[in-house]
Design a protein around this ligand. Structure first.
Ligand code: AMP
Length: 113
């Protein structure tokens, strides 16, 4: 069965998309925990960071460059921001499609919840 992010990639459910190209998609988190909270995902099905293989190198470099572009577009490059990826149950992952959270728009504390 498709997970929620695959449905967003396939345009079966709506999302507030801020960036899209042939390899990546970025959209606003539905439950933001910071003034700016954007999720950046590959279109390729990769479960999480632990599931990345050497053949994904190009995609991962592309994702990082997409994060940089989005951060700059949102003005986050000036004061800084945080990128998080949760891995597995103990890591707090709830959607099993690789995603990077971009968090910013205010000073962020460092807490392990
Ligand atoms: P994680 O807990 O790291 O797996 O992150 C999953 C994130 O996806 C959470 O922050 C959710 O708020 C977010 N999320 C779940 N469903 C949607 C959706 N339909 N559109 C946007 N964000 C979503």
């Amino acid at each position: 069965m498709k997970n929620i992010f695959q449905k967003i990639i396939d345009k079966e459910i709506p999302a507030d998309i801020v960036y899209e190209d042939e390899k990546t998609l970025a959209f606003k988190d539905i439950n933001p925990i910071a003034p700016i909270h954007i999720l950046v995902i590959p279109k390729k099905t990769i479960k999480n960071l632990q599931d990345i293989s050497p053949e994904d190198n190009e995609i991962i470099i592309h994702l990082i460059s997409t994060i940089q572009k989005i951060a700059a577009n949102q003005g986050l490059d000036i004061n800084g921001y945080r990128v998080i990826t949760n891995i597995g149950d103990y890591g707090g992952q709830t959607v099993y499609h690789l995603h990077f959270h971009i968090l910013g728009g205010r000073p962020l504390k460092w807490e392990v919840l």
